[in-house]
Design a protein around this ligand. Structure first.
Ligand code: ARE
Length: 578
């Protein structure tokens, strides 16, 4: 038994409150080392005859990654508190894993040996808004979605789509353009829009804010924005804005003052200055986003800055009824700020959604006191590497996704923001080297996985583009230039989330081994059990026993008759077990 691989730690992804009654407990062991795990558990204050009283519960294997197996069980402790250890068995020996280490027998003379979940306090439970689980997001980069009001165009605006996007050119996208095209989004079936920044800024991407209380005039005014939110809400579409609170822009007034007056500026404490005089080139002598001198880092520890930004957070919710905030460079801002931010936002709107932009392991922000979700780039990377770049094989893909799943509580996974691409990455179809079938399989996987999917504008009609700025081309509105087949495909997948109970977030996801080299996974809900079979190999696969199942969906690469199904390369088949 490889005891050194055994790991557990309470109050994070290994032991957490799933809801106000339920605890989830996980254990990590070396892959294929342990045959069975029992959870030894009891109420810490339950003693009789000088012994602590315990019960046993078998744990199930919930998945494996490259090196480890993960074991899982749920529990509703009657007094909402728990002490527990793990009884591990392999073919040869058994041992008890406690907080203090390994023992031959369960130590019953003192509960201090054991792991401790002290109390399930309701207020500490990670509770994202209910609606997020059923949301399919659509990301809009406003400068490039649609130009609905040319009178607002900045000087030097280029004719729509006439040139490749550069870091500095403008095409005049605006709110009226979005309003004009809400039908397109409704038809696709999405029900949440994530807008990259819309506040007054200098650049085309607007991540360099000038005024957090103003709409950028190239997008419209506050009335148009209000109308946009209303029109979205009318269609059941929620609206999320981008909060760029890590840094301001160069032309943000307080920074302009600092540039002029250096350390003597009344705003000196708003930033992280290192010397009396402020120098921007060749390198900024103050903290900035990356080394970008036009994006000076804000000092969110300063009460004035904090109050200002919290006012901003409240204002756009209270005055315009937005439904969520996406937080730019969220991991470089202090945790104390985010805790207050959450309080402020939830006071303004109890079910507002808070999404952090973090590309790495984000557990410290997902404990219930800061974010509701993060942009799940580890998911993105696994899907792109497997389906599009074909850089990793199926086993590795499963291992990677399983690893990400076990990095977080189930409740976190249910609302993870799963994207295939964004304004910061190449587009799906470009990653896939134009392979449309591969792209379709990625959308099938993304939209049937756990979490909430997001589609980057234009992907649904087959747009391409490389790394920023290539991925920020003008949306194509000429129908003859849109890939209608891809649109219908994504539309169908979104619709299946609504019509098949287990397709979306009510279905629990698990990989299964089909023994035939297909990517196979199940989604199981109380109402339904779906089996997904995807052929990413270069060989056809025959399945004999499909007649006992209902065929939910398949593509042209799959043929099905009474007895058998043949799933050719790039084919898929979705079955409902009867
Ligand atoms: C410009 C150029 C880029 C250049 C960059 C840095 O276009 O080619 O790489 O400058 O010098 C905004 C604009 C960008 C602009 C940038 C700076 O949209 O076009 O880029 O401002 O002017 C990290 C951060 C993450 C950040 C990404 C970009 O952790 O927060 O880098 N993403 C947000 C937004 C961006 C935005 C900003 C931040 C700044 O989504 O759009 O950029 O407000 C690894 C790392 C990650 C890293 C990731 C991507 O995985 O581990 O930490 O993310 O790669 O680089």
């Amino acid at each position: 038994m490889f005891k050194e691989a055994v790991h557990h730690r309470p109050k994070n992804n290994y032991a957490y409150a799933y809801d106000e009654k339920t605890l989830h407990i996980r254990l990590r062991t070396k892959k294929e080392d342990i045959d069975a795990v029992q959870l030894i558990h009891g109420d810490p204050y339950n003693w009789a005859d000088g012994h602590w009283q315990t019960e046993q519960k078998p744990m199930q294997k919930s998945g494996s990654d490259e090196l480890f197996d993960y074991w899982f069980t749920t529990l509703e402790p009657p007094y909402r508190r728990l002490r527990y250890s793990f009884l591990l068995q392999d073919g040869k020996e058994q041992t008890v894993f406690t907080e203090k280490g390994f023992y031959d027998e369960v130590p019953l003379d003192d509960t201090a040996y054991h792991f401790c979940f002290p109390f399930l306090n309701s207020v500490d439970v990670f509770q994202p808004p209910e609606w997020v689980k059923d949301t399919v997001w659509y990301q809009i980069f406003p400068e490039r979605f649609a130009n609905g009001d040319p009178t607002l165009d900045p000087e030097e605006t280029l004719p729509w789509g006439s040139k490749a996007p550069s870091p500095t050119n403008f095409f005049g996208g605006d709110f009226q353009g979005v309003i004009d095209h809400l039908d397109h989004l409704e038809k696709l079936g999405i029900n949440g829009i994530y807008f990259t920044p819309i506040f007054k800024a200098h650049s085309n991407h607007k991540y360099d804010t000038i005024d957090y209380m103003e709409i950028d005039p190239q997008f419209g005014d506050k009335e148009t924005f209000r109308k946009l939110v209303k029109e979205c809400h009318k269609r059941g579409i929620r609206v999320m804005l981008d909060a760029v609170f890590n840094h301001s822009g160069y032309y943000f007034e307080p920074f302009q003052d600092v540039l002029k007056n250096g350390i003597d500026s009344e705003y000196a404490e708003w930033f992280h200055l290192r010397e009396d005089e402020v120098v921007t080139e060749p390198m900024p002598n103050y903290d900035a986003f990356a080394y970008v001198s036009t994006m000076p880092k804000l000092n969110t520890e300063n009460p004035e800055v904090k109050n200002y930004l919290l006012k901003v957070a409240r204002y756009w919710i209270e005055e315009f009824d937005i439904d969520g905030w996406r937080l730019d460079v969220a991991n470089e801002v202090d945790h104390a700020f985010w805790r207050e931010f959450r309080q402020t936002v939830k006071e303004a709107k109890a079910d507002a959604y808070i999404l952090g932009e973090i590309w790495h392991d984000s557990m410290p922000w997902l404990q219930g006191d800061q974010f509701d979700a993060v942009m799940n780039y580890p998911f993105t990377n696994a899907v792109i590497d497997f389906f599009a770049k074909k850089k990793i094989g199926m086993e590795q893909f499963k291992n990677q996704l399983s690893h990400v799943q076990h990095m977080y509580p189930v409740s976190v996974n249910e609302v993870a923001f799963n994207l295939l691409d964004s304004h910061d990455t190449p587009r799906v179809l470009t990653y896939a080297d134009g392979d449309k079938r591969a792209a379709q399989l990625m959308y099938l996987f993304q939209l049937s996985y756990e979490g909430t999917p997001c589609i980057y504008y234009g992907d649904e009609i087959g747009m391409t583009g490389g790394q920023d700025p290539g991925c920020r081309k003008c949306m194509i509105w000429e129908e003859e230039d849109q890939d209608q087949e891809l649109f219908s495909f994504i539309q169908k997948m979104i619709a299946l989330r609504k019509t098949e109970p287990a397709f979306g977030n009510d279905g629990r996801f698990s990989f299964v081994d089909d023994g035939k080299n297909l990517l196979a996974y199940e989604k199981e809900s109380d109402k339904q059990s779906l089996l997904f079979l995807i052929n990413t190999s270069s060989h056809s696969v025959s399945l004999e026993d499909v007649s006992s199942s209902r065929i939910v969906d398949h593509n042209q690469q799959t043929t099905v008759n009474a007895e058998r199904a043949t799933v050719s390369p790039s084919g898929y088949l979705i079955l409902e077990k009867k």
